[in-house]
Design a protein around this ligand. Sequence first.
Ligand code: ARG
Length: 507
Amino acid sequence: MVQFRAKRVLRSLLLGLVCFLLISSAVKSQDKPVLTVAVEPVFPPFEFKAPNGDFQGFDVDLIRAVGQAGGFGVTFQSIPFDGIIPALQAGTADAAVAAMTITQARSQAVAFSQPYFKAGLAIAVRDGTTGITKLDDLKGKAIAVQIGTTGAKTASAVAGAKIRTFDAAVLALQELKNGNVDAVVNDSPVTLYAIKTGNLQGIRIVGQLLTEEFYGIPLPLNSPNLQRVNEGLKTILQNGTYAQIYQKWFNAQPPQLPESAFGTAQTAQQTPTLGSVSVILNALPTLLKGALITLQLAAVSVFFGLIGGSLIGIARLSTLTPVRWAARAYIDFFRGTPLLVQIFMIYFGFPALLQAVGLNFTFNRFAAAIVALSFNSAAYIAEIVRAGIQSIEVGQSEAAQSLGLDSVQTLRHVIFPQALRRMLPPLGNEFITLLKDTSLVAVIGFEELFREGQLIVAENYRPFELYASVALVYLALTLLSSQGFSYLERVMNPVKRSSSRTQRGSL
Ligand code: ARG
């Protein structure tokens, strides 16, 4: 009886739920559409975050006003700048506001609204730098840029320039401030804003603007929303809202905007799209060059990691309490904080700290990457070493000592050789992890395997082919290393080694 009633209650509840969902979806569908708009919120004054976490900036105000005039709502989604076009292509975002310059190449991958902002690139240098006023002066110099931007493209055309690519423009500017590069090529309003707000002292803009560029709102090709966006834009340009927003962020009257970014030619020129195989084949030499650097990074870091890790692992077993504690603290810190944060701390944080106390210190990128990777892996290796040593039975050291060996000799000749064999499999694991973790140093402008792939995507907008190839190259590297470790294990196994010797002997 009770069961029966419970069933009825359940059924009416379900029915109610279905009705509610139907009604609410019907109400929603009459509502105006809501577009998911991608932003990279570290490009002030165009898009950045307020202290309370809200998105703000010229672009943010603009797209909200465009939505109001064009009849759609917006929700924002943070995406790195070089991920915006792939996100639009994949349909995960409906539009983007990213101070994105309308270019011929991009117009083949996405559809741009009409121009909404006039900007240009400018060169920034540290105060006191002389002899740099135009692009030609940057020949042979080190230039920091943001990945995938027109600034990156312009800088890479300078003969002999050493380009350092960063995920965000602020990081490129920080790099200039830290004295690691000679100049930054970036959108002039953004560099000016950073200088004006005082966030970036000791930097100035030199010479004339290098380019004239127009920003547009990118949408997926053939997006049904393009018309809404253009209509909204037209309305706010005419009714004064645009001028108001411009005044708010730039304290000036807006300049006249053209109908199209490409002069009279309304549409972008089409170039034929390459097949996947050619895309991969074209990218392969660059990827292999990156793979070599990845291997180098991993090998050098694991070398230092092994030395440091062995010392710390042994210190963990010390009879002196402070030594044991110090080793423990080291391991806890480096294992307990993200490697990415450690890389940022070492490369950007440390020099800034030293500069604040008046020391002029800059970090070479390779050194910084090696320091970060080997400090981190030393923490893991220390635990492997400790476990390896502890796994050897006490009887072994008792026997060694009764033969007259002192404790260092015991460790060196009796314990360590046996422990090493047990440590090999986890060390192999650690090496493979390290090999993959090297991809994180891309954030400090290091052109290893992953970054090389990212750079190509920023040029050709073919994320699938490129990232799949990058993954396969990593896989090849890790498979190769695990083969190497299996080989080492075999060589170092006295039982197998002697059995293969006797087998060979009996033949
Ligand atoms: N206008 C430049 C470009 O389109 C830089 C844009 C960078 N935007 C950003 N949100 N970080 O390449």
